[in-house]
Design a protein around this ligand. Structure first.
Ligand code: MCA
Ligand code: AMP
Length: 522
């Protein structure tokens, strides 16, 4: 029982090396084991039983890593909460997961609200404080098919859904990835990504633990801090979303001398969104490194990766990982030949067990045992894959975060000023895609007043990264004879009409000022 799971708590390969560190210090293997054991014991004392959900609201910090592992050592399912979420979004996750306990980092206590009523609220310090030496973890039976994690992700329908990831999926996939990338005791991995998504949590923590690498948690993303880690602390592996590489390149144009220091790392990886060939080339020119791009999804974990040895081809996400099978199918579900576009479907060890307490949504996501990713892909004659788009226009990927346009439309529609709305993702040089809202309004107020009211309304209910970055006020939102907004057309229209002027507005936009324009969608 739980032999794969046990590998996540076996730190023998570390000897007396540090397992997890931040700028103030770190925990050696024996210290981490004791901290996990004490944390698990504390949660069991609070009544946590195997299979209970424990929600964690914390930054990318040692405390959060220890807490999530302690939760799992207690046999509970860890539910990482998104600290960019508003009260309403946090409430949905806490209620949907039915988390019995909510643990919060002291810096985030103010994020809690009404939604904690009836649940136990703990400070992370109560779970992760220094344990008495020799504390042992409670003996708990957990099967490898049981969920290790419940990670919330946006979809094409309604609110976010919990993705149940088993120990089998987590450990088999992260071991395969670690082997492919040659992760080992010689590595020190910089983790600046949030620990509430698969990218930062599964690769940044579990793949590193399984490979015996040191996890260097850096809190928020900061190019200077990252470069200092590589230069001063000999970090070897950098995990990033494409937006981070755009920001790193901007930093290097201001401080070109940092490129040599950064280039001392062994491996730079990218995923969560498409890495542009231009960014790939510019990074290689600056540092000599070819970024290794891979593809994944919360529901499938990491599916495809460029090779470590061999060609890392820009614009391609490489080949299926060990234990993963992929196919590209047409609209009728028939596999297509190399060179033909189709939907990417996945099966194998890494798949989720299902959406949490949503059997219908789970059933709808699979066809004949294959998971439908909704991504459009193409294979070449050697089975090397490229992602070329998505089947749904209702999903946006901004800076690696998945966003449902329907969720934003629902929020905007609640506002009295809004007569009609359509939200789309449009191409963006920094974020990959940015959220654009096309709105027809009821009042004849100034555009600035309308936008500021709607922006405030969105910010009250939606995480910052979901809030529209571009507003287009129209007389009427164009709909086809079926009453539907043709979003592909709308997106193309916005991209064609605003591309030329976009650069001029870009800085102001990034600082948070809405890009206010009046146009028609006809
Ligand atoms: C921050 N801002 C954003 C985003 N992030 N706007 C749009 N999209 C975003 N992703 C805005 C903030 O609202 C704010 O504007 C301004 O940028 C500065 O915010 P700050 O927090 O300082 O920005 P940052 O720290 O530079 O954040 C950029 C980031 C972040 C580090 C790239 O977006 C990020 O952590 N992305 C990673 C997402 C991720 O881990 N995805 C994995 C899921 P204002 O003040 O106006 O509000 S995908 C996955 O897990 C699968 C398995 C996979 O394949 O990996
Ligand atoms: P999430 O549900 O947040 O885990 O996001 C998964 C989605 O991110 C996938 O379905 C893809 O649309 C996108 N994605 C992840 N990695 C890549 C990549 N390397 N290239 C293009 N899209 C990617």
């Amino acid at each position: 029982m739980g032999t794969l799971r046990a590998r996540c708590f076996d730190f023998h390969a570390y000897g007396d090396r540090t397992v997890v560190a931040d700028e103030h210090g770190g925990l050696r293997a024996d210290e981490l084991s004791s901290a996990i054991a004490a944390g698990a014991a504390a949660l069991v004392r609070r009544g946590i039983r195997p299979g209970d959900r424990v929600a964690w609201l914390g930054p990318t910090a040692i405390d959060t890593v220890v807490g999530l592992l302690a939760t799992q050592a207690a046999g509970a399912i860890a539910v990482p909460l998104n600290h960019r979420h508003t009260h309403a979004e946090l409430a949905h996750v806490v209620h949907d997961s039915d988390s019995a306990v909510i643990v919060t980092h002291p810096s985030m206590h103010d994020r809690l609200g009404e939604f904690t009523r009836g649940r136990t609220v703990l400070s992370s310090q109560e779970v992760t404080t220094a344990p008495a030496a020799g504390t042992t973890a409670p003996q708990i039976e957990v099967d490898d098919e049981d969920p290790a994690l419940l990670v919330y992700t946006s979809g094409t329908t309604g609110k976010s859904k919990g993705v149940a990831l088993s120990w089998r999926a987590l450990v088999s996939n992260m071991s395969a990835l670690g082997t492919l990338w040659q992760i080992g005791p010689h590595d020190r991995c910089c983790v600046m990504l949030p620990l509430f998504h698969v990218h930062g949590l599964c690769i940044g923590v579990y793949a590193m633990l399984l490979g015996g690498a040191t996890i260097q948690v850096l809190g928020r993303f900061d190019p200077g801090r990252l470069i200092a880690e590589v230069r001063d602390n000999a970090a070897t592996v950098v995990l990033g979303v494409p937006t981070m590489y755009v920001a790193l390149l901007e930093h290097l144009t201001r401080a070109p001398e940092d490129a040599i220091a950064l280039g001392r790392a062994r491996l730079f990886t990218a995923g969560s969104a498409a890495l542009s060939s231009a960014t790939h080339a510019a990074f290689e020119a600056a540092t000599g490194h070819r970024i290794l791009e891979r593809y994944g999804m919360t529901e499938t974990l990491i599916t495809l990766s460029n090779p470590y040895e061999g060609e890392r081809r820009p614009g391609s996400v490489g080949f299926a990982l060990a234990g993963v099978r992929v196919r590209v199918v047409d609209d009728d579900g028939r596999p297509v030949a190399a060179g033909t576009l189709g939907e990417l479907q996945v099966r194998g060890n890494s798949l989720m067990s299902g959406y949490w307490r949503a059997p219908e949504a789970t059933a709808a996501a699979f066809v004949d045992g294959w998971f439908r990713t909704g991504d459009v892909a193409v294979a070449d004659a050697d089975a090397r894959l490229s992602i070329v788009g998505r089947t749904s226009t209702d999903i946006v990927k901004s800076g690696g975060f998945k966003i449902s346009t329907l969720e934003i439309e629902d929020v905007l529609r609640e506002h009295l000023l809004v007569d009609d709305v359509a939200v789309v993702g449009v191409a963006d040089p920094r974020w990959g895609e940015r959220v654009a809202a096309v709105i027809a309004v009821r009042a004849e107020q100034s555009l600035a007043d309308i936008i500021s009211a709607l922006d405030a309304h969105c910010r009250g209910q939606l995480a910052d990264y979901k809030c529209p970055r571009q507003w287009i006020v129209v007389e009427a939102v164009a709909r086809n004879a079926m009453g539907k907004v043709e979003k592909t057309r709308l997106r193309a229209l916005i991209e064609a009409n605003y591309e030329a002027n976009y650069e001029a507005n870009y800085e102001a936009n990034y600082e948070g000022n809405a890009d206010v324009r009046r146009t028609h969608t006809q």
